[in-house]
Design a protein around this ligand. Structure first.
Ligand code: CO8
Length: 258
């Protein structure tokens, strides 16, 4: 199943797993690697065997950011013509839940990748940072936008201006991540969570993600109208009939994602 150069992937109990696999460069993200990650996400999104997705990194870091060697010589016209962020933008179109299991360095583009996922579980000792300022640039794959929406303007300015490292405990306190576990248990605990989601009704999961994502951009009124349509939509699913019938018959529901 593995035809990629910079990632590995497999499916286990309804969970599609993507492992960044460039550990000697601390999973520095080159353009091909991002394309592979996005392609694998899209393939899992279309695969009925997969209900939730887990993204993690091999080696001692989730990712130390975009590949500096690859972009160092670029000028802005080359950047415009490459249009590399078109690949990044496709991550937000993935409908299934994506869990990030992160450890070590989650820096720059690696932090931006993590912020594009849905639920983050971090190993003890994980550090998050936007160090781009030290390179004479700034985040470019959504970092200033996504971080600010989570932690507010003051902390985002402080962290992105200084490049200071955010320890996992602080990331948890500010709502950047969901949970901290020991490094030895990172995969086990993250898989446990992903497998738990994989047992939930898939259509509910995707419309919950869709609705909650709208809360970030919509007014409360618009968001409530949007939520309502998704709520109504689920009443056309077999899983809604099965879920409610199972409750009435006092048995466990068998969800099929239809
Ligand atoms: N790019 C390329 N190679 C890298 C990167 C990177 N971002 N990070 C680490 N590496 C390589 C190192 O060069 C080294 O390679 P080699 O062994 O061949 O010398 C190897 O990985 C191991 O790294 P270190 O020896 O430096 O390991 P340390 O434990 O001493 O340090 C650090 C770890 C602190 C993480 C350090 O490697 C570091 O500072 N890395 C750079 C971090 C950084 O600046 N990241 C931001 C990059 S810019 C960015 O992400 C912009 C995003 C914009 C959107 C995306 C567009 C594509």
């Amino acid at each position: 199943m593995n035809t990629f150069e910079y990632i590995e992937r497999f499916i286990e109990d309804g969970v599609g797993v993507i492992q960044l696999n460039r550990p000697r460069q601390l999973n520095a993200l080159n353009r091909k690697m991002i394309r592979e990650i996005v392609t694998a996400l899209e393939q899992f999104d279309q695969n009925d065997e997969v209900v939730s997705i887990l993204v993690t990194g091999k080696g001692r870091a989730f990712s130390a950011g975009a590949d500096i060697d690859e972009m160092a010589g670029n000028d802005s016209v080359q950047m415009e013509l490459l249009n590399q962020f078109a690949d990044w933008d496709r991550i937000s179109l993935i409908k299934k839940p994506i869990i990030g299991a992160v450890k070590g360095f989650v820096f720059g583009g690696g932090f931006e990748l993590a912020l594009s996922l849905d639920i983050l579980i971090a190993a003890n000792g994980t550090q998050f940072s936007f160090p781009e300022v030290q390179l004479g640039v700034m985040p470019g794959a959504g970092g200033t936008q996504r971080l600010t929406k989570i932690v507010g303007r003051a902390k985002a300015l402080e962290w992105v201006w200084t490049g200071d490292r955010i320890p996992a405990e602080m990331a948890l306190r500010y709502g950047i991540i969901n949970q901290i576990v020991s490094e030895e248990l990172l995969m086990e605990e993250s898989m446990k969570f992903a497998k738990r989601l994989a047992k939930q009704p898939p259509l509910s999961l995707r419309l919950i993600k869709d609705s909650i994502n709208k809360a970030v951009d919509y007014s409360l009124y618009e968001g409530m109208q949007y939520e309502r349509k998704n709520f109504y939509l689920l009443f056309s699913s077999q899983d809604q009939k099965e879920g409610m019938q199972a409750f009435i018959e006092k048995r466990k529901a068998e969800f099929r994602g239809r």
